[in-house]
Ligand binder design. Structure first.
Ligand code: SF4
Length: 155
C-alpha cells in the first residue's frame, strides 16, 4: 500500500465517490475551468450541467479540454477503472509525465495548502492518494486529445 493511499487505510472505499474528471454530459457539474496557464481554477461550488448547458459547451468544442467536470464515479463502467481503483490518478502520480501533465513539473509534491475544492470529502482521487492527488490535480486536463487520462473519441 502506498504511504499516501488513504482510502483503504481509513476504511472509506465502500461508499460512493465523486469523479473529478468525468465527461461533459447532462447531469454532471463543472468542477473548474482550465486557465490560460494550464491550471484549474476550481469553482466554489460545482455548477450543474443541464442539457442546454451541455449543448452550449459541446458547440464550442471538446469541453473536457477547457473544463473539468465532476459526477458520480461509475467504477467498472469507466474505461479508467482498474478493477479496484481509478487508474488516472495512479498513472499521473506513478508514471513518467505524459502530455496530460504538460506543464505540471514540480506540482506532484503536496505543499501545506490543498487547492480549495468543493468535492474533497467524496473525491475518488483524494480517497486513493490523499494530498498527493490534490497537488497534481490542478494541472490535469481531462482531454488533451487522447491520452491515458481520457479515452477521447473526439477529433
Ligand atoms: S483537489 Fe483533491 S479533492 Fe479536489 S478534485 Fe482534485 S484530487 Fe479531488
Amino acid at each position: 500500500m502506498r504511504a499516501e493511499d488513504t482510502g483503504r487505510a481509513q476504511g472509506r472505499d465502500d461508499r460512493p465517490r465523486a469523479c473529478p474528471s468525468t465527461p461533459c454530459r447532462s447531469g454532471a457539474s463543472v468542477l473548474g475551468v482550465t486557465t490560460g496557464v494550464g491550471r484549474l481554477a476550481y469553482l466554489p461550488m460545482p455548477v450543474f450541467v443541464d442539457s442546454a448547458f451541455e449543448a452550449r459547451l459541446e458547440a464550442s468544442g471538446r469541453p473536457e479540454s477547457r473544463y473539468r467536470f465532476t459526477g458520480p464515479c461509475v467504477e467498472g463502467e469507466c474505461a479508467q477503472w482498474t478493477g479496484a481503483r481509478c487508474g488516472v490518478i495512479d498513472h499521473v502520480l506513478d508514471d513518467p509525465p505524459g502530455p496530460e501533465r504538460a506543464g505540471a513539473a514540480g506540482t506532484a509534491l503536496p505543499g501545506p495548502f490543498l487547492p480549495s475544492c468543493s468535492i474533497r470529502a467524496d473525491c475518488r482521487w483524494f480517497a486513493q492518494r490523499g494530498a498527493a492527488a490534490c497537488a497534481a490535480c490542478p494541472s490535469i486536463v481531462t482531454d488533451v486529445g487522447g491520452s491515458a487520462t481520457y479515452r477521447s473519441t473526439r477529433p
